[in-house]
Design a binder for this molecule. Structure first.
Ligand code: GLN
Length: 232
């Protein structure tokens, strides 16, 4: 056949802009993180080429939907709803969602958010969760395109809380962000690499095979350790 062998193709993989420790710019301006390193290790193991585009979460998801990117790795939660549009590779990280408030505030529970506004990131599981809970707890929802602007809205006192993936919020707090997680971890979720449904099946196969290999040879654990994100 005349089809281009998968190995000759440069896949376009989309990701978030700032979602530490999964993708972010380090102090030297290098784009790093668990997703970035896992993808690099898997591509090396499987021998495929790719170009990583840091677009923002919603934009990354949309880039795959519109065919402008072949895949997305962005701390993307595997959900039943998304499975209607995307094929996910095997999960590579266990996560969940948390509400966080200004550390100095007296907010202790979701009940305390009544009449206040809550900052969320467009297109995320956290945004969907906040929409679901808004009526029950009487808060309104403020939408942002990226995590730093969402956090800033709480720091500045405009929003009373932000909704973020628990490990990401925990990492930001460990780096000095003056927020505090309230309540339980909500919406437990697994992160997965995704392609558009029915497209690039070989990419999913390579991701799965590579993930298995980098788990077996210790690379996966080294990556998590490097970013202080070991599970369990
Ligand atoms: N895990 C969340 C989701 O999939 C958030 C991902 C992100 O913000 N990069 O919706």
């Amino acid at each position: 056949t005349t089809a281009t062998p998968a190995s000759d193709k440069t896949y376009v993989i989309a990701t978030d802009t700032t979602f530490a420790p999964f993708e972010f710019q380090d102090a030297d301006g290098n784009f790093v993180g668990i997703d970035v390193d896992i993808l690099a290790a898997i591509a090396e193991d499987q021998g495929f080429k790719y170009e990583l585009k840091s677009l923002g979460f919603d934009a990354a998801v949309q880039a795959v939907e519109s065919g402008q990117a072949d895949g997305v790795i962005a701390g993307m939660s595997i959900t039943d709803e998304r499975k209607q549009t995307f094929d996910f590779a095997d999960a590579y990280y266990e996560s969940g969602t948390s509400f966080a408030v200004l550390d100095s505030s007296d907010i202790e529970s979701l009940e305390d958010l009544e009449g206040k506004s809550v900052a969320v990131k467009t297109g995320t599981q956290g945004a969907a969760l906040a929409d679901e809970l808004a009526d029950e707890y009487g808060f309104t929802v403020n939408t942002f395109d990226d995590s730093p602007n969402m956090y800033q809205d709480v720091v500045s006192g405009n929003s009373a809380a932000a909704v973020e993936d628990t490990p990401v919020m925990g990492y930001a707090i460990s780096q000095g962000l003056e927020l505090r997680i309230i309540g339980d971890k909500l919406s437990p979720a697994l992160y997965g690499f995704a392609v558009l449904k029915g497209q690039n099946p070989e990419l999913v196969e390579m991701f799965n095979a590579g993930l298995e290999n980098i788990k077996a040879d210790g690379t996966y654990d080294e990556i998590l350790t490097k970013y202080g994100a070991n599970e369990g």
